[in-house]
Ligand binder design. Structure first.
Ligand SMILES: [Ca+2]
Ligand SMILES: [Ca+2]
Length: 194
């Protein structure tokens, strides 16, 4: 009799030639090379469906000072933050209200499995006179940073992710006053160079 351990990938849940990789008690689908369709379904993070655990980003609970907040409509502070989401109804934001200046909130990706360039796309909103910084890391290396007031609007950003990078981190660094709400929304990773 063959003894066989069952894994979440045994039911072949991944479509369009994407590869199933066991991740804890669940799985992630990854598109290694040029497959079609919704291969990167699990490399999507929108605050609208975060409760369904389809987000590839997790709150850092060890190495930072505060958390990203899932929110809709205006943020509670005046003269900072978006008034609505970039896509859908919900977005994530970090507030400086009630916490020390220069506090960090990190969103860390689940392990990525890529052997080629991929493209990270996201919307960010950084409105406020005491705005801090938003940084993106590829593994432990800082790759992108935006600081200061970027106006009361959503911006679109794309960053090419190097092959074999296993971890993407978004880090918000709050400013020196209450007008430094930093928001992100609609985060995806797709195949190919940006
Ligand atoms: Ca945190
Ligand atoms: Ca959204």
């Amino acid at each position: 009799m063959e003894l066989r351990l069952e894994t979440p990938c045994d039911s072949s849940p991944c479509e369009n030639d994407s590869k199933c990789i066991v991740n804890g008690s669940g799985y992630i689908c990854t598109c290694i090379t040029e497959c079609n369709g919704n291969d990167y379904t699990d490399y999507k993070c929108d605050a609208d469906n975060y409760v369904n655990q389809t987000c590839f980003l997790d709150q850092d609970v060890w190495c930072d000072d505060t958390d990203w907040i899932r929110w809709q409509d205006k943020t509670p502070s005046s003269f900072t933050g978006p008034s609505s989401a970039a896509e859908g109804s919900f977005y994530f934001y970090v507030t400086s209200s009630g916490i020390p200046n220069s506090s960090k909130a990190r969103f860390v990706s689940k392990p990525l499995q890529t052997d080629n360039y991929t493209c990270l796309s996201f919307n960010y909103h950084m409105y406020g006179s005491t705005m801090g910084s938003l940084l993106v890391y590829q593994d432990n290396k800082q790759d992108w940073m935006k600081s200061k007031n970027q106006g009361n609007k959503w911006h679109f950003q794309q960053i090419s992710i190097l092959p074999y990078i296993s971890r993407i981190t978004f880090e918000a660094l709050t400013g020196y006053g209450s007008e430094s709400d930093i928001a992100i929304d609609n985060i995806t990773i797709t195949a190919g160079f940006c």
